[in-house]
Design a binder for this molecule. Sequence first.
Ligand code: FAD
Ligand code: NAD
Length: 468
Amino acid sequence: MSDQHHFDVVVIGAGPGGYVAAIRAAQLGLKTACVEKETRLGGTCLRVGCIPSKALLESSERYIQAKDHLAEHGVDVKGVKLDLAKMMARKDGIVSNLTEGIGFLFQKNKVTRFEGVGSLTPAEGAHGVDVTAQDGSVVSLRARNVIIATGSEVATLPGIDLDGDRIGGSTEALAWSSVPKHLVVIGAGVIGLELGSVWARLGSQVTVLEYADGPLLGMDEELRKRAKRIFKKQGLKMRFGVRVTGVKALKSSCKVEVEGGEPIKCDRVLLAVGRRAHTAGLGLESVGLATDKRGRVEVNAHLETAVSGIYAVGDVIAGPMLAHKAEEEGVAAAEYIATGYGHVDYNAIPGVVYTEPEIAAVGQTEEQLKAAGVPYRKGNFPFAANGRAKALAATDGFIKILAHAETDRVLGVHMIGPRVGELIIEAAMAMSFSASSEDMARVCHAHPTLHEAVKEAALAVDGRALHS
Ligand code: FAD
Ligand code: NAD
């Protein structure tokens, strides 16, 4: 085998976990290759996830603002029209630009790219990765270390076959060429609410069917309750405690069957009931690796699998399925390999739902603290009492800070309101530095900003908010 095919690190998968791991490994002086089966780099996040969904959320929000809300600012706009093809083309342009950008980053950092499906193979004194290209040709690589970063794919339900047209997952719902009259969304999780919001803003009647008692299962109860109220007010029809048992594509419509209820007729269905780890074709078994009950690759605290020198990061392992979590792990895996040291602060990984208003959280919920018997104090501050939120005409929502009752250390921060996806970073930073709520309250915040609501919520922990 030529020296060209020997590497210090071979990364399988070029999503946020994989491409970041490859760049960091190369920065640390390791000879690095990255294997990706798709033509475009960037993974789920750049191609069919975070980026295209945020582009459509932004465009659809501007449409609804122009159509329904600018008048309140004294701006009279008439004849607002939707050009869906242009909106989709803009989204596609952003995706192309960013996926090409990863190619440039690989060149700049001297990461060698291989296009094809990567599978692990046993190899004498090293690890083997075979790369099978679309034309069937195979290139065999050797590596001292492998990082598995193969991500996740849409989870399906028994009785539902995605037909790539009327019954789709998030990938299809990011590219529909017309606005469905009636869209049924199965699952009131992050994807259901973000993409349900996009199509509702563009004119669909949206019905969300959710098995749990409310949206965003797992988030803080107070946030969930407020979110439920806000989305209902926006016109999303939400039904909870509903188990979907099947979906049938009819000639020009779909029929959604639910347990103990009448079937629902609609034009399109978006299935958004979660994602599962993607390990098909990876050849885990050939090197003696098994998956856990949920099909995920198991790793230790250093992100290393049971086979020395094989690491795994991102959606394919346990933990929240978030791009920034995958990135942190990608960096840490490369650093463990190069230096023996790495770090991911799993207590301070923020999560953001990019609806309007946004919803964001970091750390523990009130329910988790109660269940663990941790004594806590809480401070709440409403955006209705924040001057900048009033200027934005976006006063629905609040910020809640939970701090340890004795040490005052911040344990969790939960927000719903304008642009809280940007505000949550202040809380994540505070938690990363083990700050107390008093530390947060003592920081001078510029006026008038939405950030002042963070300071006020921190003051409220001690019962001394100034503006409510
Ligand atoms: P992935 O991004 O899934 O990348 C894995 C890559 O590996 C893929 O490119 C795949 O083609 C490749 N691959 C798989 N198997 C092989 C193989 N055998 N050989 C070669 N290549 C292989 N997260 C956020 O943090 N913020 C958001 O706003 C957000 N929005 C989302 C919106 C949607 C609609 C979806 C679906 C997801 C969203 N996510 C969001 C989640 C986020 O996309 C994932 O958490 C993230 O992409 C995980 O990164 P990863 O590198 O682990 O895997
Ligand atoms: P999710 O886990 O967030 O929500 C799935 C929902 O479907 C749950 O509420 C569940 O109770 C419900 N459900 C399951 N089976 C059902 C059934 N038979 N009938 C009715 N409801 C049912 O999953 P998702 O929304 O598909 O998102 C997948 C992943 O992608 C998430 O882990 C998320 O972290 C990630 N993501 C993140 C972002 C973001 O960070 N903004 C955006 C999109 C996706």
